[in-house]
Design a protein around this ligand. Structure first.
Ligand SMILES: Nc1ncnc2c1ncn2[C@@H]1O[C@H](COP(=O)(O)OP(=O)(O)OP(=O)(O)O)[C@@H](O)[C@H]1O
Length: 587
């Protein structure tokens, strides 16, 4: 059949084919490096695997899974720590045709178990403690029959990673060919605006992510990446780039020890690194205080929340003078959407951000189509019902493209997850409730509603003004969180500001909550001058002029589990209600 006659859903696509390409061209280069136990230093202390080994073992594991009975669309939860085995298993699962369920362990036990149960896994590929927990909670996972233990198997049966590898290595089973729209994974959002949502990933989404990230940032095979966000290991291996996992707790990135990150960077002479804003803040502060440098870094990425200009500046100061830093913008449902270079932020947009213009997240990726539409909390069934807004007007961002997820699963309220997994781009009628709020039909395509608000400027750059759910509807109009917060962030004593709404919808009052910088050796106290400065500043800008309540938050502001960077404004709003109710109002 000529290519032109193939529909998208017939096109064979699997991001794991990109790994096979590099295994052929650079078989002996290190694909993954992961620090061993203890404090041994230097490259020899890492567990490593080459591209050839990764490719060979991923195929063996995939055959082992298929021989176990795994078929296309079998849902398997992957609960393995970032490392060599993790990356091998991710590629094995992609090749086996299974749908991998990926969840951040940092979201806490209750959410973790609920998310897992909602996705109805047919098996667990998991380390021993997770298998033990699965066995104890077996009633919640009635369908889990394909269980593979990574590490020692105790009382729970199933097979082990080693056995799977051994049987797969001698198997000649043919692996299934995956098509572009076939499900590849269910990845959960970080749940910063409610319960985490299971996002359906197709093979096409993963493949587009890799192709677009490689093209946009001109990432070349042969480089080495310090991966402080585990999933980046997948992208790197599909680009011929060595993944270096530092020694850190990936479920609490902000707790990473800068000395360990610097050691991993130096051991592998890393050329690029990906970490959340909180990690860059901590690492760059350490480098500044201790005169450390990471001179081999050429490309630096940060994503997940706005990156303050001072963090961009400080980070660039501890790397090569020609290094670039980028802050890609996107969400689990759609990544990447837009990007901006730190150089553009520092020379142009940061100044406007400080004046309340929002945070510029840059221009769109080639493969994305985007619009800003009038804000509504109601479902929008068809694009004809969405009002597109002109540049300069704040609305909700909607996106479509090959890296955009066709829908959610896992909430499964009323709809069986089987139906959701098999859902394709045209079967919008079967969408679960959150899908109807998040998707808009346009012919046989879908737009995804980002749940983020902002506006386009005259150069079609998007200026992020926060989450739609975090906007404050007052009797006098709408207040957007991020533009206001950035105004308060310019106060030298303020470490971080959050602006939240309290009270009934439509008649909310804005409250500015400020975390102050610890002053050396002294307990941080909220002085009348701090409050006076914040109040005076608020009066100078139309965005903040109606804010009258200012509160000092005595600890670090609460943040999300995945990036430890997104402010949990819901929690702060509840706290503010209590504080103000107790007449501790600072006026
Ligand atoms: N570069 C960036 N600058 C500013 N904000 C960003 C950037 N990148 C991502 N974000 C924010 O992170 C959001 C995506 O986060 P993620 O997909 O991890 O889950 P979440 O939206 O926090 O979870 P949930 O939808 O469950 O609340 C974006 O919609 C945006 O608000």
């Amino acid at each position: 059949m000529p290519i032109s006659e193939l529909s998208l859903s017939d096109t064979p696509v699997n991001v794991a084919d990109r790994l096979a390409h590099f295994a052929e061209r650079m078989p002996l280069s290190v694909a993954v490096a992961c620090p061993g136990f203890g404090d041994a230093a230097g490259r020899n202390s890492y567990a490593t695997c080459t591209f050839a080994e990764l490719d060979r073992d991923a195929t063996a594991l995939a055959r082992g899974l298929v021989d176990l009975g795994v078929t296309p669309c079998t849902r398997l939860a992957l609960l393995v720590k970032p490392g060599v085995e993790f990356v091998k298993l991710v590629f094995a699962l992609l090749r086996s045709g299974a749908t991998t369920i990926l969840i951040d362990p940092g979201m806490g036990k209750k959410h973790l178990v609920n998310c897992l149960a909602a996705s109805e896994p047919e098996g667990f590929i998991a380390i021993s403690p997770a298998q033990a927990a699965r066995t104890l909670l077996r009633k919640r996972f009635p369908q889990a029959k394909f269980n593979v233990t990574v590490g020692r198997r105790w009382f729970w049966g199933g097979t082990t990673y080693r056995q799977l590898m051994a049987t797969g290595a001698t198997s000649t089973t043919r692996l299934p060919a995956s098509r572009a729209t076939d499900p590849a994974a269910i990845i959960f959002t970080s749940g910063s605006t409610g319960p985490p949502k299971g996002v359906l990933y197709t093979h096409q989404m993963f493949d587009t992510q890799v192709a677009e990230i490689r093209r946009e940032y001109d990432l070349q095979p042969g480089g080495a990446d310090l991966a402080c966000f585990a999933l980046f290991g997948l992208f790197n291996s599909a680009m011929g780039i060595t993944t270096v996992f530092p020694k850190m707790d990936f479920s609490r990135p902000a707790s990473a020890d800068p000395r360990r990150l610097i050691a991993a960077a130096s051991d592998w002479q890393v050329t690029q690194a990906f970490a959340s804003p909180a990690v860059w803040d901590k690492l760059s502060t350490y480098c500044q205080q201790h005169g450390e440098q990471i001179p081999t870094l050429r490309k630096i990425f940060s994503c997940g929340a706005p990156v303050p200009a001072k963090v961009l500046q400080r980070t660039l100061a501890c790397v090569d003078a020609y290094a670039e830093m980028h802050t890609p913008y996107g969400a689990t449902e759609s990544l990447p959407v837009a990007t901006i270079a730190a150089s553009e932020v520092l020379t142009e947009t940061a100044e406007l951000t400080a004046l309340g213009a929002g945070v510029c997240v840059g221009r769109k990726f080639n493969s994305i189509d985007w619009r800003v539409i009038r804000i509504t909390d109601e479902p929008i069934a068809n694009i004809a019902d969405a009002e597109a807004l002109p540049p300069g007007e704040i609305g909700e961002l909607i996106v479509r493209g090959p890296q955009v997820s066709p829908g959610y699963m896992g909430e499964a309220r009323g709809a069986s997850s089987e139906a959701l997994v098999r859902e394709d781009l045209t079967s919008v009628q079967r969408l679960a409730p959150s899908n109807s709020l998040a998707k808009i039909t346009d012919g046989n395509t879908l737009w995804h509603r980002m749940g983020d608000v902002g506006y386009f400027d005259s150069q079609e750059r998007f200026w992020y003004c926060g989450r739609k759910n975090h906007r404050i509807e007052t009797a006098d109009g709408t207040i957007f969180s991020v533009p206001c917060e950035e105004i308060f962030n310019t106060i030298p004593t303020v470490a971080r500001a959050a602006v939240v709404g309290i009270g009934p919808a439509g008649d909310q009052s804005p409250v500015a909550i400020l975390e102050l910088f610890p002053s050396r050796g002294k307990k941080v106290t909220w002085s009348s001058s701090d409050c006076k400065e914040a109040k005076e500043l608020a009066k100078r800008f139309p965005q903040t002029t109606t804010i009258e309540n200012f509160l000092h938050y005595h600890q670090k502001l609460p943040v999300d589990v995945r990036h430890n960077s997104k402010i949990n404004r819901e929690q702060l709003a509840e706290w503010a209600v209590k504080e103000l109710g107790e007449h501790k109002m600072q006026r």
